[in-house]
Write a protein that binds this ligand. Structure first.
Ligand code: SF4
Length: 211
């Protein structure tokens, strides 16, 4: 939830290789530090925040995720999972599934990677299951205005989307990029009625990596 102080837990590993990914350092499963679930929960509790966001990488490919969510819920945290919607896990006690399906604007330039990305970036069956079984929001990254027709087609294909839960987010890894693209996306939101998703961390801290 934008503006609400939250602790971010970033899990390593993501197969997608999006062109504009701003967390490339988290692509490898070996990235970061190995920590037990108890250590992570202890670390989270050092902060006076009820809200926890589990992000990546792609958290839904991590087999320890259900246990981590359960342990965080046992400490009465509000848990959001950020996912590209490429893998399904049933019955997690999270409060919000923040799903960000990847459009063709995320395909990487390198030929080999582009083929892998194109193959796995959009799994309509998985997206449908996540939407049916979790409290969710559906966030689409907008790079240029013309991306919107692909967003509309994706929503139509999904058939089970609550339009009130759709958000449009400017593609921006830096503050300058965000300031340039945000008005275009805000205008799209005004015309379509979809919500605008702010990238407050980029506005506040530019492209600095958190600790
Ligand atoms: S899905 Fe997310 S973490 Fe993975 S490559 Fe794309 S932007 Fe980066």
């Amino acid at each position: 939830m934008a503006g609400v102080p939250s602790v971010f837990v970033r899990l390593a590993g993501c197969p997608l290789r999006c062109r504009w990914c701003d967390t490339k350092y988290a692509w490898s499963k070996e990235a970061g530090r190995r920590q037990t679930i108890a250590e992570i929960v202890r670390k989270v509790q050092e902060w006076p925040c009820r809200y926890v966001v589990i992000t990546g990488g792609e958290p839904m490919i991590n087999s320890d995720l259900p246990e981590l969510v359960k342990e965080l819920k046992d400490t009465e945290k509000h848990v959001t999972i950020e996912t590209a919607g490429i893998a399904y896990i049933a019955d997690m006690p999270c409060d919000l599934m923040s799903i960000s399906p990847k459009l063709s604007n995320s395909v990487p330039d390198e030929e080999g990677l582009a083929a892998i990305h194109e193959d796995s970036r959009l799994d309509m069956a998985v997206l449908g299951e996540l939407i049916d079984n979790y409290n969710y929001q559906l966030k689409f990254v907008v790079d240029v205005e013309s991306d919107f027709s692909e967003i509309e087609k994706t929503i139509d294909k999904l058939t089970n989307v609550d339009l009130e839960k759709v958000m449009l987010m400017p593609q921006a890894a830096t503050r300058d990029e965000l300031l340039k693209k945000a008005p275009v996306v805000a205008d799209l939101c005004k015309r379509t009625g979809f919500a605008f998703s702010q990238r407050l961390h980029i506005l506040l801290w530019d492209n600095q990596k958190g600790s």
